[in-house]
Design a binder for this molecule. Structure first.
Ligand SMILES: CC(=O)N[C@H](C=O)[C@@H](O)[C@H](O)[C@H](O)COP(=O)(O)O
Length: 232
């Protein structure tokens, strides 16, 4: 059995999209090493190549996923059982899958997907967007639920910051570990999510996307100076 995340703390999501400057397994593995050195208790990573390379360089558990947009389905986080098996084979300790009931490109239901992965003894994180999905995923027997998709399904609250309320409500209703994930950018928000009952908080863009981090600082500069900066 691969190591799970049992501690409380911070998980760093090291992901870059194609076209971004840090895209590629080498950069992401270095990023993961940095996060581990800084005290991350786990790493979240996208794609078999990144996961495979990271695995050679870090000790902490990896939550792996495979983002893949396929025609006719809105499900893109590890959308098929086949994707999940590949992510696990690449070395992920836990496989993150879309935990909504939306139609999946392989035609399987969420229940069937979870069942298949459990047969392979693969630890599952269900990425959910609201209370109902969290409860359902927990009933199906997933190992973790994560609030990853709150704000990313049309029927979940479209708020600009993290959905800490969802973490608080779920922690009162489900017995499995909850990951607080999505739009965390301030240390105070991390503390609030932990106080609300999250086992750990997953942070991506605010730590691992330099273009986003730079933009945030620039947008905080008042009018005139910001314009100077944009002209550089
Ligand atoms: C919605 C979706 O596709 N989320 C993805 C899931 O793996 C990633 O793009 C996010 O970076 C990750 O969830 C961490 O969130 P944030 O980058 O906001 O800290």
């Amino acid at each position: 059995m691969r190591k799970l995340i049992t501690a409380r703390g911070l998980v760093v999501s090291c992901q870059a999209y194609e076209g971004e400057p840090l895209y590629g397994p080498h950069y992401m593995a270095e990023m993961a090493k940095g996060a581990e050195l800084g005290g991350a208790i786990g790493i979240r990573a996208n794609g078999v190549a990144d996961i495979f390379v990271m695995k050679q360089h870090i000790q902490v558990p990896i939550i792996g996923l495979n983002k893949r947009k396929m025609e006719g389905s809105d499900v893109y986080i590890t959308p098929t059982v086949e994707d999940a098996l590949a992510v696990y084979a690449a070395g992920a300790n836990i496989v993150a899958i879309d935990g909504t009931k939306r139609p999946r490109p392989d035609g399987r239901s969420l229940a069937d997907t979870v069942k298949q992965l459990k047969q392979h003894k693969i630890p599952i994180m269900a990425d959910i967007s609201n209370d109902e999905e969290g409860l359902y995923a927990a009933e199906l027997g997933v190992d973790y639920i994560s609030t990853t998709l709150s704000g990313y399904t049309p029927y979940s609250p479209q708020i600009s910051g993290p959905d800490i309320e969802l973490v608080a409500r779920l922690s009162r209703t489900v017995r499995i570990p909850i990951a607080a994930e999505g739009k965390y950018s301030q240390p105070a928000e991390v503390n609030r999510a932990l106080e609300a009952g999250a086992q750990f908080v997953v942070i991506g863009s605010a730590i691992t996307r330099p273009q986003y981090i730079t933009e945030r600082f620039i947008h905080a500069i008042p009018g005139d100076l910001k314009q100077n900066n944009e002209r550089l």
